[in-house]
Design a protein around this ligand. Structure first.
Ligand code: 13P
Length: 253
């Protein structure tokens, strides 16, 4: 059966000393989580966070982005190969902040997913609609396009390495969480698209995380939904106690 996962996306926050302290504090609360935990620090802290967590079961490290290019004259970019060489095992691709501020479209994102997989990184691929799409009722079309154009060229074997995250853009950092019904509807829809493309077995084996103002006080209800397999946490992942409480809110696998 599929894995429950709680991933913390720190975004562009923390200094090195804060990052180390945050990991230390989290590990003091939870050095052997029952749920799979993934920490996504900024690039400069991948190595220390990998060092701090490498001997622990159930804790992995993700980068927040990777280049769509393999190597070469791309000043300021970080390749999937570089990320893999740090010991990180995951990379977030297609976060709405990358789509919005860095104009990453599905073509670029499909190339990033390919580079991640070629370097043995598991992509955590994010989808989610804008507030207008939700209000106009076309959110399913948006999500279907984000999935099909960037992912559905993958083979079944490749698709098995992908973790999905549904993050409605109107819920990110706003304190407006999707209701469990709204989130579950989209998660079930995503799983049905996976089933149509790759079959029921793969669809049922794929973890689909919810992200968007997920906090200790709403995580239990969200994670109780049949098709919600954990969370991708922003703000609350920067506070060890809150992140720990969210990890504890996951239903047993
Ligand atoms: P918040 O939890 O801060 O809303 O962020 C969610 C997110 O974007 C995680 O990737």
């Amino acid at each position: 059966m599929r894995k429950n996962i709680v991933a913390g996306n720190w975004k562009m926050n923390t200094r090195l000393d804060d990052a180390v302290a945050l990991v230390d504090e989290f590990l003091n609360l939870c050095s052997e989580p029952q749920t799979s935990v993934i920490l996504a620090p900024p690039f400069p802290y991948l190595v220390p966070v990998v060092e701090l967590t490498k001997d622990l079961n159930n804790i992995g490290v993700a980068a927040q982005n990777c280049s769509q290019n393999a190597s070469g004259a791309f000043t300021g970019e970080v390749s999937a190969e570089m990320i893999a060489s740090t010991g990180a095992e995951y990379v977030i691709v297609g976060h709405s902040e990358r789509r919005q501020y860095f104009k990453e479209d599905e073509l670029i994102l499909s190339e990033k997913v390919n580079k991640a997989l070629q370097n043995d990184l598991n992509p955590i691929y994010c989808v989610g609609e804008l507030r207008d799409d939700r209000e106009n009722g076309n959110y399913k079309e948006v999500i279907e396009k984000q999935l099909t154009k960037a992912l559905f060229h993958l083979s079944e074997l490749e698709m098995r390495k992908v973790i999905l995250a549904y993050e409605p853009v109107w819920a990110i950092g706003t304190g407006l969480t999707a209701t469990p019904e709204q989130a579950e509807e989209v998660h079930a829809f995503i799983r049905s698209l996976l089933a149509d493309q790759y079959g029921d077995e793969l669809a049922n084996a794929t973890s689909i995380l919810y992200g968007g103002s997920c906090k200790p006080d709403n995580a239990t209800e969200l994670f109780a939904c049949e098709n919600i397999d954990g969370g991708l946490i922003g703000g609350a992942s920067l506070k060890a106690a809150e992140f720990h409480a969210i990890v504890n809110a996951v239903k047993p696998s």
